[in-house]
Design a protein. Structure first.
Length: 63
């Protein structure tokens, strides 16, 4: 609970790596898989963008 009313309330993460999965339903497991796939896609896009930026910088400094 927040001490002051203007402090944002922290939400519990929807998934934690290593979390016990025994009590989750099939639907909850499917939701988590979808969530993790979306996160992997986001991470891969960021990795690709950083690679393109690095390549552009290397090309600039090779001149």
């Amino acid at each position: 609970m927040a001490i002051f009313d203007d402090e944002p309330v922290k939400k519990a993460p929807k998934h934690e790596v290593g979390q016990d999965l025994a009590l989750l339903s099939v639907g909850e497991l499917t939701e988590r898989i979808d969530l993790l796939r979306a996160e992997i896609t986001r991470l891969e896009a960021e990795l690709q963008q950083k690679g393109a930026t690095k390549s552009a910088a290397e090309a600039l400094f090779r001149r």
